[in-house]
Design a protein around this ligand. Structure first.
Ligand code: MN
Length: 205
């Protein structure tokens, strides 16, 4: 129809760009199939609600109570999936700096003591998430904080601003790491795009 639709953003690098830490087949299925399906299902849910189609994904997720009950869960799950994965692709890259610098590094050191403590907190939250979900570094009330969400729930539903997030659904790591979520969470730091994370932190403050 003529109505705007949400679209699957292209992956900002080739499927194999994050090898060996995240394998190409996982990236292809994860982006094209999993994220693609969230976008399709979100558009299907909004089909009969043209007024909602004009709102941004952030606006929909920040105001879930304004969504008709008939599609609220579908928007929460698939809209959250679309938002979370769009962020996830952007905060990864091959060959970036191994650590943050500048104001972000200062804030991490002030809040967590050092980068290793932040990594440990993100890993811990990801390991404690039973089943599927995400581990996040967010800005909440002006403070950096590590939180976890179930399913495709997203920190912006809680008024928090995600700075960095790692997908701990099995689909994110199972082909390469199988049951070893901890190994995936350790390896994942090798592909973090600290420049993008710093940008998000600067915009959030
Ligand atoms: Mn995922």
């Amino acid at each position: 129809g003529d109505m705007p639709e949400f679209t699957l953003p292209p992956l900002p690098y080739p499927f194999d760009a994050l090898e060996p830490h995240i394998d190409a087949r996982t990236m292809e299925i994860h982006h094209d199939r999993h994220h693609g399906t969230y976008v399709t299902n979100l558009n299907n849910a909004l089909k009969e609600y043209p007024d909602l189609q004009n709102r941004t994904i952030e606006d929909l997720l920040r105001n879930l109570n304004s969504i008709p009950e008939a599609i609220r869960t579908a928007v929460r799950n698939n809209g959250g999936g679309h938002y979370n994965h769009t962020l996830f692709w952007e905060i990864m890259r091959p060959g970036g700096p191994a650590a943050p610098s500048g104001a972000l590094a200062d804030a991490i050191n002030a809040t967590f003591g050092n980068l290793d403590n932040l990594k440990a907190a993100v890993k811990d939250a990801g390991l404690k998430r039973f089943g599927s979900g995400w581990s996040w570094l967010v800005l909440a009330n002006g403070q950096l904080q590590v939180v976890s969400t179930p399913n495709q729930d997203t920190p912006i539903m809680e008024g928090q601003i995600p700075i960095l997030g790692v997908d701990v659904w099995e689909h994110a790591y199972y082909l390469k790491y199988q049951w070893r979520r901890a190994d995936y969470l350790d390896a994942w730091w090798n592909v973090v795009n600290w420049d993008e994370v710093a940008k998000r932190f600067a915009a959030a403050r």
